[in-house]
Design a protein around this ligand. Structure first.
Ligand code: CTP
Ligand code: MG
Length: 410
């Protein structure tokens, strides 16, 4: 059994507020951003940061819901997390979190669940900057022009270079934070954030750069902003597909051609002198065309009409080798290698078995050496093939992602 070291850092995630200004129909932490709640997003960020004890402070009566969110976000690290019940003020909620810390914890980060999209890098940076005496606060510069006002009178300007907007998580040496909290309660003073409470006890606080994503979801407009940000960063279906592990895929293709037209028959990449030709765009080689569709289908690249149809006059009269070589190129560009191809044609003529090996060799060479096997059958006189009106071919292709998926254009 491997012993996992106990983290020396704890993150208290305060989520016990009611969310009066958001008015989301539930305590704010349990309001959904997308399929997931504000709390779940906050915890995803926290668990993506370096391992720490995680204390979730939940509203009274919502401890079970918080447990569920915690378990889902924690994955196999649920040993790190626990839920405690919050108080009437944020300060009381943080105090409830402090009372639940493990003995080994030396550094405490206090984080608002309402800052649900805070990047894990900010959490790690705060943690890394805390030392034995100093608290750390992530901030952003103030961008608005600010004024001091008195009633409806503008009293004067404020130099914004002296100001910064405070975010969370705020990080502190545990022992000093605990003492500062005891003192705040003893003095009966409510502070707006932990940095203010810590500074009031005479300790130093430094700030580091926060993140625009660390904004606090307070109003319905903030919730909308969070929704937009998540929608923008969600991977597209194409990206998700490209991220899938190396995959094996199959495709199927069929083709039917009527006998007719001038010249000799072309079928399965071979010229059959004296046999009735098949009619169609290009040489009417139904075996090659079914194989092309099976390969394109397996790769999800459309079909033969799209790549070689009448809109592409350069393929009029072209033979199998040209089609197949181009198809192989299309697949390679999309990150696929051909495993093998099997095709069967149904028809009375030509008598195929004598030239099977020759046909398979030609088709395989056009596909860069991938094995191609061709079988042939008659249909006992039934249907259009049985009446000798034409032939029908079915092909199946197996392809592999070569691990260098280029990602399809969407
Ligand atoms: N918080 C808490 N316990 C409280 C009050 C607030 O744990 N008694 C938490 C909130 O859950 C939130 C963070 O402190 O994550 C910041 O508070 P705020 O954004 O003000 O949230 P609410 O108090 O829930 O919202 P409102 O003030 O609109 O009611
Ligand atoms: Mg509040």
């Amino acid at each position: 059994m491997t012993l996992i070291p106990v983290p020396d850092t704890a993150i208290i995630v305060v989520a016990a507020g009611s969310g009066t200004r958001l008015d989301g129909g539930a305590p704010k932490a349990f309001v959904g951003i997308d399929a997931h709640s504000i709390l779940r997003h906050a915890l995803d960020g926290v668990f993506a940061a370096a391992p720490a004890q995680i204390v979730v402070v939940a509203p009274a009566g919502f401890e079970g819901d918080a447990e569920t969110e915690l378990r889902e976000a924690a994955g196999d690290r649920s040993d790190l997390g626990r839920v405690v019940t919050g108080g009437d003020t944020r300060q009381q909620s943080v105090a409830a979190g402090l009372a639940a810390l493990w003995g080994d914890v030396r550094t405490v980060l206090v984080h608002d669940a309402a800052r649900a999209l805070t990047p894990p890098e900010v959490i790690d940076a705060v943690r890394g900057a805390v030392d034995a005496e100093t608290g750390i606060l992530p901030t952003l510069p103030v961008v608005d022009t600010l004024k001091r006002v008195d009633g409806d009178a503008v009293v004067g300007p404020i130099d914004r270079s002296e100001l910064a907007a405070a975010q969370t998580p705020q990080g502190f040496p545990r022992a000093l934070l605990e003492r500062a909290y005891e003192r705040a309660f003893a003095d009966g003073i409510e502070y707006t954030d932990d940095a203010a409470l810590f500074a009031a006890a005479g300790h130093g606080v430094r700030h580091i750069t926060g993140s625009a994503r660390g904004f606090k979801i307070t109003t319905p407009a903030d919730l909308e902003r969070a929704r937009h940000l998540l929608a923008e960063s969600a991977p597209s279906a194409t990206e998700l597909d490209a991220q899938r592990p190396v995959a094996t895929r199959v495709g199927i293709g069929t083709d039917v051609h009527a006998f007719g037209g001038e010249g000799d028959l072309w079928l399965a990449g071979l010229e059959w002198q004296g046999e009735q030709p098949l009619s169609g765009h290009s040489d009417g080689d139904a075996v090659a065309h079914a194989i092309v569709d099976a390969l394109l289908g397996a790769a999800g690249l459309g079909d033969i009409g799209e790549h070689f149809g009448t809109a592409h006059p350069e393929y009029a009269g072209a033979h199998a080798a040209v089609f197949l070589a181009r198809t192989r190129e299309l697949l390679a560009d999309a990150g696929f290698e051909i495993g093998n191809v099997s095709a069967q044609f149904q028809g009375n003529r030509p008598r195929f078995s004598a030239r099977r090996v020759e046909a398979e060799r030609v088709l395989s060479a056009a596909l860069g050496g991938a094995p191609v096997s061709i079988t042939a059958t008659t249909t006992d006189g039934l249907g259009f093939t049985g009446r000798g009106e034409g032939i029908s071919v079915t092909a199946i292709a197996l392809i592999h992602s070569n691990g260098r998926r280029a990602g399809k254009e969407s």
